[in-house]
Design a protein around this ligand. Sequence first.
Ligand code: NAD
Length: 343
Amino acid sequence: MAGTYRIAVIPGEGIGPEVVKAALKVLDAVQEAAGSVRFEYLMCEAGVSVIPKYGTNLPEETVEKLKQSHACFKGPVTTPEEPGSPVSVAVKIRTMFDLYANVRPARSLPNVPCLRPDIDLVIVRENTEGFYYAREFEIAPGVGISTRLITRRASERVARFAFNLARKRKKKLTYVHKANILKLTDSIFKQAVLDVAEEYPEVEVEELRVDAAAMQLVRRPQTFDVIVTTNMFGDILSDEAAGLVGGLGLAAGANLGEKYGMFEPVHGSAPKYAGQNKVNPVATILAAKMLLEFLGETGAAEKVEKSVIEVLREGKVKTYDLGGSATTSQMAEAIAEKVLQNA
Ligand code: NAD
């Protein structure tokens, strides 16, 4: 519980700077409460808005700061969609630092409108390949081809990560694929999961095709524990899972590799709400909680989660998505105050 951590902070774009500022307020409260924990923030630039200055959305200066840091804390950035525009900042960092497991929990929280009160699942998404490998070709005008990379190595390591997590939780793992259509690539993924499963006889294994998984998540979300899947399926299912438990304002994600981690909300830069001090900072605050876990500051992580739950349970401070009118900064202040009270 004593340490100084260098955190590379990417405030991001749109609502990014507001939610990151809110989460840093909570991390500052953690420092104040713990006394022995220190964060040194290395502020970094990234995103579409820095392209005119640097010619890239991920400047070399930022990459250097990431390399010097213990972990990265990232707000959402805006990603242009035109063909030929730069690869997303998140995808670049995930690939560059080999952050192969994207961990996205979805859990019912008190006083938050949700499908059922007993949802507690985690989506583990392969984070470095799949369709997000994103090699696309126009082979004739109006005819495009997108390639999807699936390797035994990446499938096996994300499966092992997911089984290790399931073993610590409710001991159930659901693997999701579409091998009936993507016969070659998803059979590689499927076989890797089944082979790794042999090392974890205590974990119950369930198989679902992605279309059925999307439906079963709505029909029986309480029966899921850990869901492991390929990159794009995991991206889509984790937004669906967020929707089951109150929306994107509450959903956090960790991008984990062997030595480095990047922590961010699941949501994007929601440009239409930018600068309004309106959106929910809880997703980003829960990403900060996952950062603390990664740093080994489990006590501090528990305090942040407890403080979020207490503020939600009291229901006095709620942002618009939860049916209230509190601002982003009011929500952050309420949670930071609880952290100090829970010290
Ligand atoms: P989005 O997640 O930004 O927003 C979709 C909707 O979700 C919003 O309009 C809002 O209703 C709700 N929402 C999102 N965050 C919220 C919050 N904190 N509190 C309350 N409600 C919230 O998705 P989008 O509009 O599809 O994408 C906008 C931009 O973000 C795009 O450029 C996209 O590429 C980018 N994006 C970035 C990341 C990332 O940086 N990791 C992830 C996803 C999308």
